[in-house]
Design a protein around this ligand. Structure first.
Ligand code: DQA
Length: 144
């Protein structure tokens, strides 16, 4: 079985570090990537780590994870979590297990964040742990 895990990040996550630090903390996306790479080494995973502000890129990368025979996808779809049926359909369309990731806990925030479309197609969700949501997601991927 492939040991590649795709970690996909949606809109505005490129601004982590300076973006609403009272909600998302001060860790940058590059630092989260470094933490994931370090843990991936221990777990024996190859990591494909990407970010885009464009919904279609995330759809394409979910398809790519399937074509690459990835072991799992961790996806922080950011605001597209709450709007995107296209991402839900893409996650449903692939056989690769998808784990939903959030830095914050959307369930404790505004009402419009309580709906997760992509979450309906995910095998697991890790949220509210800051950057630790990503590393916890990787640990859960190792148990799939
Ligand atoms: C987020 C939560 C979303 O509601 C928000 O739109 C984001 C980030 C998180 O990681 O906490 O951009 O996905």
């Amino acid at each position: 079985m492939s040991s590649t895990v795709f970690i996909l990040n949606g809109p505005n996550l490129n601004l982590l570090g300076t973006r609403e630090p009272e909600i998302y903390g001060s860790t940058t996306l590059a630092e989260i990537e470094a933490q994931c790479l370090e843990l991936a080494d221990v777990l024996g995973f190859e990591i494909v780590f990407r970010q885009s502000n464009h919904e279609g890129d995330l759809v394409d990368w979910l398809h790519e994870a399937q074509a690459a025979g990835a072991k799992a996808v961790l996806v922080n779809a950011a605001a597209y979590t709450h709007t995107s049926i296209a991402l839900l359909d893409a996650a449903k369309a692939i056989a690769v297990p998808v784990i939903e990731i959030h830095l914050s806990d959307p369930r404790t925030r505004e009402d419009f964040r309580h709906v997760s479309y992509i979450g309906e197609a995910c095998v697991d969700t890790v949220q509210g742990m800051g950057p630790g949501s990503y590393t916890e997601g990787l640990k859960r991927a190792s148990r799939l």
